[in-house]
Design a protein around this ligand. Sequence first.
Ligand code: SAH
Ligand code: SF4
Ligand code: F3S
Length: 482
Amino acid sequence: MKPPYPMHLDPTAEVAPRERRVYFEVFGCQMNKLDSELMLESLAARGYQLTHDPAEASVILYNTCSVREHAEERAIMRLQTFRERKEREPDLVLALLGCVAQHKEAELLERMPYLDLIVGTREFDQLPSLIDEAREASEPRLATEMDSPLVFQRRRNLGPQPWHAYVSVMRGCDMVCTYCIVPTTRGKEVSRPPEVILDEIERLAGDGVREVTLLGQTVNSYGKRLGAGVGLDTLLRGIEEIDGIERVRFITSHPRFMRPKLIEAMAECTKVTDYLHLPVQSGSDTMLARMKRTYDRAFYLKTIDRLRERIPGLHLATDFIVGFPGETDAEFEESLSLVHEVDFDHGYVFQYSPRPGTPSHALVDDVPRAEKKARNHALLRALEENGRRRNLDWVGRRVEVLVEGVSKLDPNRMAGRARDFRMVVFPRAPEDRPGCFVEVEVEETTAGTLVGRRIGPPSPDPIHPRRASADPGEVPGTPVEV
Ligand code: SAH
Ligand code: SF4
Ligand code: F3S
């Protein structure tokens, strides 16, 4: 059985005794995935081993997400399926970790008194000793202090892809978006010092990592409270100097902090990929004000103009929320029209979900469920149509693909990402390995994928010269010579 986030299993390792085997399911954002990898690292240091079969495990961990009610309930319901087993096997350790633990500790204790361990978003580095304590205790062990200092030092990359690593550059969020639970579950914004981050990336590069994704809830506000002059641009320029790292991405950015200094670093640093996820949430100024997003439509559009001016061919992704309290048809239409005005490549749409503890929870959730669904579909359709049209520009171009693995839909094809994070599929060759580079000529496209023929064998190193950003006229991808 495969958990939703398949962290490494070491096939060569001796099988650990049953009381050291852990089953781990992970919900939520990339931050939760990375936290889970860090937890697994501290567990492995104490002799624990991951198993993909819960029946073989004596410790069951669920790292959870609170961002929408559905995500929260899904994790809780899955954990509840272990209730009977817990009654039969009192030594089994059942643990709920992460944002739901932080957000709903009291409710969890009431609904699931048989839980052994509840760990919030700050004390996860203590997990092995917390498990020991939970084994001894007769009551559930709680670890949900928000002000405990979080110290983590990562030594290995335990993500599912050995050539890719997430790197946390900051934690928490200082924004006050009225719908959002994240500031409650993750606390105030704290940036890690740049030298610690660059040192970690250097070590990861030494272990064979080629691509890093820098993580933060508002990753582009990185550096706040670290002193003058330190920003995400500092990190991008530092990574540029690290041998072995070929591609850098960062998620998720907030429009407010897309400052000229950062745009300049994105344009100048050749390892920074042409991809930006810049959630807009709504196209309507009145909605943006009610959501307290701190910018308006004109500001967002101006930011996009600046980005495209310096980074032509930027792959732009976004998030929208539909059905926020009071959203009228006219306000929703402004989100629809923004899709075309910005010309997004990709986007996620979420139906508003009231979260207890957020400012908007006090507002009446007055957009009917059916209307939220209809708006969701309409907006998603517009985003997909736009993405499909923009993908057509790629037909006939050559792209450098970082191979991820065999295509899920067709075992005769490989799948990977172009430099701008577009998914590319192409015919498989026996020498193809995840983490290698292949040049592909795009022949056709769908809404989300480029499909093409391969040009030559896989290479351990990048094929295309990196983006020559000094030439603003250049579009990434090499036009095919005829
Ligand atoms: N830190 C990131 C992402 C936060 S959560 C950012 O600021 O962009 C990811 C996405 O979930 C958000 O962009 C938003 O679109 C959506 N989201 C957050 N709270 C929500 C809620 N209460 N209901 C529906 N969608 C929500
Ligand atoms: Fe939530 Fe807003 Fe912070 Fe993003 S910026 S995590 S949406 S509060
Ligand atoms: Fe969810 Fe927590 Fe991430 S609420 S989106 S797992 S920060």
